[in-house]
Design a protein around this ligand. Structure first.
Ligand code: SAM
Ligand code: SF4
Length: 567
């Protein structure tokens, strides 16, 4: 692949595809152009607009015209989906979304803090927004203004480490193109726009963000997004600074005013927060305790999505399979999967991320029994060493994890399995790392996101001894990535000659070249002599393979309809 295509399909699909990477949020081999002209595009854009509006139009007409907002997203799929909710809430109140900072009355960054580099990236963006005439007296707040300060929690972290593994870039909107001065000050709208920090970093740092970047006036965590219009109004009527930092509210599930960016795959959060308390992870602090959404409410939204024309939905949660229906129905996660798959019009149901401890046979049986439940499981292992898993507080051993893999490999449908791995956790010895490498051989993953351990504020692992040096972490990461790359190459090559159904999600600028995902979530780049439409399901035979994608040819023959042979 490579140069043939233009921009990230990720923008179109709104998802990362697990590949052998240290850069999880960036899809690999996905350089397909988002629909950009030609016969297929008009219907595509219509569909897109219809589905985009599907959530927003469910609410009353905007009360009155308000200002403009710019929203940039950092981080995981859950953050992307949260941003869809934020946009929905503001659009429904009469705000208009703009794609340039200099057109915005309100600038919002929906942030990630899972690794230190992600947090640094947000602060560097905030530094770029420091107003041009910021001379020590803040016009809005009338305060002394220091230069951008270090985060207190980062300062308190002596063992601060630089990670080289890629972190999320902002996404979802177009930035000002000229960052050559490493600043966009002076290019913003006249007067100081409202600058807000949302999401995990907001929750992690709270009011400290005002200290570090005093030109920020709004800090709001994911559980309080419905309050955003009210918070903005408070600022407009003279409040200096506002926060929304509660974590235990269920408001985050109120998604009737979601503004969906992806016209082909709709995301739904079914469980928020996390109670698992892995010793390295900041998520329980940034997203609060685990709370599930009532099954009836999930199913109602899926029906609305199907009515709007969606055929694929993805259920989201930090530990999606720990879902516990709070209603009297008490649906298990596997029952919910089946019920979602049975909604008329729904053809693909995905779910992520699964926690190994709560991954039971009932989920595999649901995948076996219901073709609409996609045969892909993302099951993060984190380490192949039981000693390291214990130190991570992952609640399973290497052998118990491998039993789950064996259960999936024995399924009647071939399930694609992907994972997350952390290298260089405190105390990880050469032998522990060897065990992670041997686990790759045993598990035979179809994709892996790999990370260097990054110490995070509030987490128990901050106090652990036997730190692994940065150089050693990089060495281990490189070995791991290379090994997994070879495993994927070999696994994908075995698929040559087989035929899969592919949802058409992107078109290349090159004649007759298309891209999409199989039900097992493999990226398929394929040639077709037919006139595909984005959103179609087509049969594609695999003709070649790379570690991160398949190459194929579509069976569609414009004169004779569908070919029928299966590989
Ligand atoms: N809930 C999921 C699970 O239990 O596996 C993972 C969610 S977390 C947002 C995504 C991944 O980030 C984790 O699986 C882990 O590999 C990685 N991660 C989390 N904290 C990290 C840290 N402090 N350093 C490096 N990687 C980290
Ligand atoms: Fe973080 Fe562990 Fe919860 Fe996953 S299960 S979100 S890694 S604490």
């Amino acid at each position: 692949m490579g140069k043939a295509f233009d921009i990230g399909l990720e923008r179109l699909t709104g998802t990362s595809v697990p590949g052998v990477t240290g850069d999880p949020e960036r899809a690999q081999d996905l350089e397909i152009v988002r629909a950009g002209g030609g016969a297929v595009l008009a219907p595509y854009e219509e569909t897109r607009e219809r589905r985009r509006e599907a959530g927003v139009s469910a609410t009353a007409e905007p009360e009155k015209e308000r200002g403009t907002f710019y929203l940039e997203t950092f981080g995981c799929q859950m953050n992307e989906h949260d941003s869809e909710k934020v946009a929905g809430v503001l659009l429904a109140r009469g705000y208009k979304q703009v794609e340039r900072l200099d057109a915005a009355d309100v600038i919002l960054y929906n942030t990630c803090s899972i690794r230190e580099k992600a947090a640094q990236k947000v602060f560097s963006r905030l530094g770029e927004l420091r107003p041009a005439d910021w001379t020590g007296k803040n016009r809005r707040f009338g305060e002394q203004t220091p230069a951008l300060k270090d985060s207190p929690s980062d300062r308190s972290n002596d063992r601060r480490l630089q990670t080289k593994s890629g972190e999320t870039g902002g996404s979802g909107n177009r930035l000002l193109e000229d960052r050559s001065q490493n600043s966009v000050r002076g290019l913003l709208k006249p007067g100081l726009p409202i600058i807000g920090v949302l999401g995990c970093l907001a929750q992690q740092e709270g009011q400290e963000i005002f200290e570090r970047a005093p030109w920020v006036s709004l800090v709001c965590g994911s559980a309080s997004y419905r309050k955003l219009p009210q918070l903005i109004e408070e600022l407009e009527t003279g409040n200096r600074r506002v926060t929304g930092l509660e974590t235990d509210t269920e408001e985050t599930f109120e998604t009737e005013i979601t503004r969906r960016d992806n016209p082909l795959r709709a995301y739904l959060t079914i469980i928020e927060g996390c109670d698992k308390a892995c010793s390295y992870c900041v998520v329980p602090f940034t997203r609060g305790p685990e709370r599930s959404r009532a099954s009836a409410s999930v199913l109602q939204e899926v029906r609305q999505l199907a009515d709007a024309g969606y055929t694929e939905v993805q259920l989201l949660g930090q530990t999606v399979n720990s879902y516990a229906d709070p209603s009297a129905r008490k649906m298990r996660f596997s029952d919910l999967l089946v019920a979602v798959a049975e909604v008329p019009g729904i053809r693909r149901v995905r779910f992520t991320t699964s926690h190994p401890r709560d991954f039971g046979k009932d989920i595999v049986e649901a995948i076996e029994a219901v073709p609409a439940i996609c045969e892909h499981v993302h099951l993060p292992v984190q380490s192949g060493s039981t000693a390291v898993l214990r130190a991570m507080a992952r609640t399973y051993t290497r052998d118990q994890y491998l039993e789950k893999i064996a259960m999936m490999r024995a399924a009647k449908r071939e399930i694609s399995i992907t994972t997350d791995i952390i290298v260089g956790f405190p105390g990880e010895t050469d032998k522990d790392f060897e065990e992670t490498l041997s686990l790759l051989d045993a598990a035979q993953y179809d994709g892996a996101f790999s990370f260097k351990y990054s110490p995070r504020p509030h987490t128990p692992s901050l106090r652990m001894a036997d730190l692994v040096s940065e150089g050693e972490k990089s060495r281990r990461l490189a070995i791991l990535i290379e090994k997994q790359r070879e495993i994927q190459r070999a696994r994908n090559e075995q698929l040559v000659g087989k035929t899969y159904e592919v949802l058409v999600e992107g078109k290349s600028r090159r004649e007759s070249q298309w891209s999409g995902h199989t039900s097992s979530n493999r990226v398929m780049n394929f040639t077709s002599q037919g006139e595909e439409s984005l959103g179609d399901y087509v049969q594609v035979t695999v003709t070649g393979a790379t570690p991160n994608s398949l190459i194929g040819i579509s069976h569609r023959n414009p004169l004779r309809g569908w070919a029928t042979s299966e590989g």
